[in-house]
Design a protein around this ligand. Structure first.
Ligand code: GAL
Length: 469
């Protein structure tokens, strides 16, 4: 012991060999005891946590969940893309680099595009199939109870305890698509935030535009020439108000701010309060999350979309506090969708490729403020191309199924930049379970996250018992 402590004071490289060996044996022992100790603490805290928070899923529901988790493979064969240049240009310049499947997906005249945006004849919804079909068809046009295509893009759900009703808020993009400048992204003027209501998550009634765009006042944030994206609503129990947060921008996406609006009713009208840069930082794709204890948080892409920021809201949910953490720094993630299961926070994000689809990633954290770890691509089934493009869509929200702990609905947008109003919704089952398949950035907390899986289904319905608390 004395030896060790004395040698510890000497620089390791200057010690004689025997001492080094003895010293290293001792320090090895110390390190292993420490590791053992940490492992034991970790093991017991997890057992304790599991004891406290395990929710037993009734046996009858297990078969329902298994149905959601069926792995459905898809194969598709498309004819090779045509080179549409004149024979003379072809001869002069030689064959062109073949377009990628994503280029084809975005090209409205291609076979691939037609495949992923099936025409209006394949719509689904209550007016089409009667009230009891209840099947979701991801990617098909979804009709509301009036028989009109649902307009709620980049949206999110709110379950309102008082009315025992779900509300779906999203961007109404039912206008012409155009480019503000030659090189800018495709856009639609701000029409407003739509709201739909439902008791069963399948049959949606149009409640109208609850926050309209502004036609005349060009200085207003909501002037039609600006950008309003990804609206989300949460209810504040203390102030009895429904609070909406959204991405507010100018047509060139240089304002990079959040907007806040409030209402006394889930169906509005919402009163627009202001826009701001949270924590003085740029904010583009964003979401808000209300935790079980009523604390709410905003999560937004910042610093040129290179990182996400997360911070608690004030108690009235109308502002941010001074606390903020930078997460997934340098990872270039956006379209965050947060959810929670058994005390662990999960998040799905997309890469930053505008309207073009890319690979989703799942992340997990023990504290909502981080550190957040990345677990890999959650997409299961379909085929490789579908999995690498989030089934040709981008995350927007993840809604819990209260009767089936660990099961959720993953909500995503399949954007159609040649006709944004015809962008489609992909709702798919998301489950948490099994071990994450990537080793993760291990730390001394030894987190053992469960895997997050989003299952491809051409057609699926919610299992019985999804809503029983
Ligand atoms: C995406 C973003 C969308 C929209 C789009 C515009 O990256 O997720 O919400 O802003 O860019 O190109």
């Amino acid at each position: 012991m004395v030896e060790t402590s004395r040698s510890a004071a000497v620089a390791p490289c200057s010690r004689p060999m025997t001492r080094i060996l003895a010293g290293s044996r001792c320090s090895c022992l110390a390190v292993w005891s420490l590791v053992g100790f940490i492992l034991m603490i970790h093991f017991f805290t997890h057992i304790h946590r599991d004891d406290e928070e395990d929710v037993l899923v009734p046996l009858s529901h297990l078969s329902d969940i298994r149905e959601l988790e069926e792995v459905e493979e898809v194969t598709f064969h498309f004819s090779p893309p045509r080179d549409r240049r004149s024979p003379r240009a072809l001869k002069r310049k030689g064959p062109r680099k073949p377009p990628t499947v994503i280029d084809e997906f975005l090209d409205e005249s291609s076979e691939v595009h037609a495949f992923f945006f099936p025409n209006r004849k394949t719509t689904f919804g209550p007016t089409k199939e009667g009230n009891n079909s209840m099947y979701f068809y991801p990617g098909r046009v979804w009709l509301d109870t009036d028989g009109n295509p649902i307009q709620a893009h980049g949206g999110g759900l709110l379950y309102d305890d008082r009315t025992e009703t779900y509300y779906w808020y999203g961007e109404n993009k039912d206008g012409p698509t155009y480019h503000a400048h030659r090189k800018s992204a495709a856009r639609v003027d701000i029409i407003g935030v739509s709201c739909y209501s439902s008791k069963d998550l399948w049959m949606w009634t149009n409640e109208g535009i609850v926050l309209p765009g502004v036609e005349t006042n060009v200085t207003h944030d909501l002037h039609k020439s600006n950008v309003l994206e990804r609206p989300k609503v949460i209810y504040n129990d203390k102030t009895d108000q429904y609070v909406m947060w959204m991405h507010i921008d100018d047509a060139n996406y240089t304002k990079a701010a959040v907007g806040v609006a409030v209402s006394d009713s889930p169906t509005g009208p919402f009163t627009y309060l202001y826009s701001m840069r949270p924590h003085g930082c740029e904010s583009r794709d964003m979401t808000i999350f209300k935790d079980d204890d009523g604390k709410a948080f905003v999560i937004y892409s910042s610093e040129d979309n290179s990182e996400l920021h997360i911070g608690p809201l004030t108690d009235d949910y109308l502002n941010v506090t001074r606390v903020m953490r930078r997460i997934l720094v340098g990872r270039h993630r956006e379209a965050p969708a947060l959810f929670k299961h058994q005390g662990i926070y999960y998040m799905i994000t997309s890469g930053c490729t505008g309207w073009a689809p890319n690979k989703a990633l799942a992340h997990a954290a023990e504290s909502i403020m981080g550190p957040w770890e990345t677990m890999g691509n959650p997409c299961v089934g379909g085929n490789r191309v579908l999995r690498l493009t989030t089934f040709f869509s981008q995350s927007t929200f993840v809604a819990p199924l209260p009767g089936l702990p660990g099961s959720f609905v993953f909500m995503a947008d399949r954007w159609n930049p040649s006709e944004l109003k015809d962008s489609r919704y992909l709702w798919l089952p998301l489950t948490i379970g099994g071990l994450a398949d990537e080793p993760l950035e291990y730390n001394f907390g030894f987190p053992h996250w469960s895997r997050v899986s989003i299952y491809w289904h051409k057609r699926w319905k919610l299992p019985e018992g999804w809503r029983t608390e």
